[in-house]
Write a protein that binds this ligand. Structure first.
Ligand code: 6GU
Length: 266
């Protein structure tokens, strides 16, 4: 119901991808599928409680049209050709893995709800019809509606499409990539700014040492900021030096898993 919220999709990488024809992105106004004079999209919750719930009939007409189920022409494959994404704080967590999976889809429909959410029969109906339906949250906090979350998801998915990010190498080493580590710190000119200098190793031209230094930094950063990511590391994929760096940061291998090193007597 706030299509103007999505005006940002004309900008930056996603905007360029649209202009280049890599991404066909359309923003709709849910109220176009209302039938009453007041263009009503919501009503009070059955069972009582605070707030308003979005009506399934309005959403059903909108999704049928946008997914091409009414004309039958849009995708051919019917409901099975479309993946419906519903941003909601009660969804599964949207991660880089989710973005990678969604980037392989031909047609995504993102249904942005407001108020207390969309009548639960909408997701149920489209799942029954053979549509892939993902109810997704972008993190453990509450927004007023799905629009900002939709922007997040479209940007995260859109930049994975071939040709969107100018240099695909920049997708390789980034945070939340396959290595399971946060990205190392980066520096550019000038080599000295105030009393702060770029680490010498980065100016050395010694590629093996630079590579090792960056990996150490990625390990230290991940250990300091994201204990959940350290616990999820595959110990087999770590070399002796990695384990030394993690040990300095307070992590040791216990029963084949990384764990915070115990301090003091048991
Ligand atoms: Cl997807 N929607 C809303 N309304 N709040 C959120 C969210 C989504 N993800 C985290 N908080």
């Amino acid at each position: 119901i706030f299509p103007d919220y999505l005006a940002a999709l004309d900008l930056s990488l996603v905007g360029k991808a649209r202009a280049a024809g890599i991404l066909d992105l359309r923003v709709h106004d849910l109220r176009d599928w209302t039938t009453d004079r007041h263009r009503t999209v919501d009503d009070t919750p059955f069972g009582g409680g605070a707030g308003m719930v979005m009506r399934p009939d309005v959403w059903g007409r909108a999704i049928d049209d946008v997914a091409g189920l009414t004309t039958g022409t849009a995708d051919g494959g019917g409901a099975g050709a479309v993946h419906l994404v519903v941003p909601t704080p009660s969804g599964e967590t949207f991660t880089q893995r989710t973005a990678e999976a969604l980037a392989t889809e031909e047609h995504l429909v993102v249904a942005c709800g407001r108020y207390e959410g969309i009548d639960a029969r909408v997701a149920e109906h489209y799942r029954s019809a053979g549509m892939r339906v993902s109810e997704l949250s972008i993190g453990d906090y509450v927004l007023n509606g799905g629009e900002v979350a939709a922007l997040v998801m479209v940007e995260a998915v859109g930049r994975l499409l071939p040709g969107v990010v100018g240099n695909p190498e920049s997708l390789v080493e980034e945070s939340h990539g396959a290595a399971g580590l946060l990205e190392y710190p980066v520096y550019t000119k000038p080599p000295a700014w105030d009393d702060l200098e770029v680490p010498d190793v980065l100016l050395s031209g010694h590629h093996a040492r630079i590579h090792r230094w960056r990996r150490d930094q990625a390990l230290r950063r991940t250990a300091a900021r994201r204990p959940d990511m350290v616990r999820a590391l595959a110990v087999d994929a770590l070399d002796r030096h990695d384990l030394e760096v993690l040990a300095e940061a307070g992590w040791t291998v216990v029963d084949g898993r990384l764990d915070r090193a115990a301090h003091g007597a048991p």
